[in-house]
Design a protein around this ligand. Structure first.
Ligand SMILES: C[S@@+](CC[C@H](N)C(=O)[O-])C[C@H]1O[C@@H](n2cnc3c(N)ncnc32)[C@H](O)[C@@H]1O
Length: 250
């Protein structure tokens, strides 16, 4: 029997999901940063700031390396470099050359291409040695990966002992009133914005549907523990729109 998974609300063979996801990010890459601001009304900036605060790069000259998996256009890496001292370095690993290309142009434009490195890589098979990064992050990426359990094990493998893993992901709104509003916004406004700004509603419909299918925070915490992470915790932000998950390699 073939293993199935979900691509948004559609059930698809596990082996086909990645190509469908790649097509989505191929289509949205050029407008990705603008759409993030529009879709979240700028809120993604505050969520990402919370993630970078938790990554906590040293302000000193001490060397500190971040691996940002599914890092796309490099937002988390640029923010970490801005927050850290001169010893901070970031590596963006993403499977999509279009997203990486936009990120690389941003790095070049800001003269940051010596401190932010872009690597074409699948989260399920990271091309890095064991225990090679001080911190590993993934923001709004894990729900797109077909084999989440495999990716979590990989992110645990490349994290040094004593290092922290952080995952920012959409969650479940459970504030009465806000939930209905959020539902309406997600399924109507977001695809419409996609059509007007990026010329195609379909990729944004996928993004919204994939949010709904992602495991609840406690179920995801169990997956993190199964991958080897210790002291697993999470906190929700903005009424449950997103959750910041944390785990350590001990
Ligand atoms: C919603 S974007 C998030 C980008 C960035 N982390 C941010 O917060 O702006 C999701 C990213 O996951 C990447 N992705 C999807 N599947 C992947 C995989 N198997 N391995 C690595 N990256 C993947 C996509 O190419 C895309 O750039």
């Amino acid at each position: 029997m073939r293993d199935n998974t979900h691509f948004g609300f559609r059930e698809v063979p596990l082996g086909e999901k990645q190509a469908l996801v790649d097509d989505v990010f191929h289509k949205v890459a050029q407008r990705y940063d603008l759409m993030n601001d529009l879709m979240s009304a700028g809120l993604h900036r505050a969520w990402k700031d919370a993630l970078v605060t938790a990554i906590n790069p040293p302000k000193s000259e001490r060397e500190f390396t971040l691996l940002d998996v599914a890092g796309g256009t490099g937002d988390i890496s640029f923010r970490t470099i801005a927050a850290g001292g001169p010893g901070t370095r970031a590596t963006v690993a993403d499977i999509n050359a279009d997203m990486l290309g936009v990120g690389h142009e941003r790095a070049y434009a800001q003269a940051l291409d010596d401190v932010v490195t872009f690597v074409d890589a699948n989260a399920e098979a990271l091309p890095f040695p064991d225990k090679s990064f001080d911190a590993v992050s993934i923001a709004f990426g894990i729900r797109n990966v077909p084999r989440i359990d495999v990716a979590l094990k990989e992110m645990h493998r490349v994290l040094r002992l004593g290092g922290r893993f952080l995952c920012l992901e959409f969650s479940n709104v459970d504030v009465p009133g806000l939930d209905a509003l959020y539902e309406l916004y997600s399924f109507n406004v977001v695809p419409a914005l996609g059509r007007v700004v990026a010329g195609d509603a379909e990729p944004y419909r996928y993004l919204v549907e994939s949010i709904r299918r992602f495991p609840r925070p406690n179920a995801f915490a169990d997956m993190m523990r199964a991958a080897g992470f210790a002291r697993v915790s999470h906190r929700v932000m903005s009424g449950g729109i997103v959750a910041l998950h944390s785990g350590w390699r001990l």
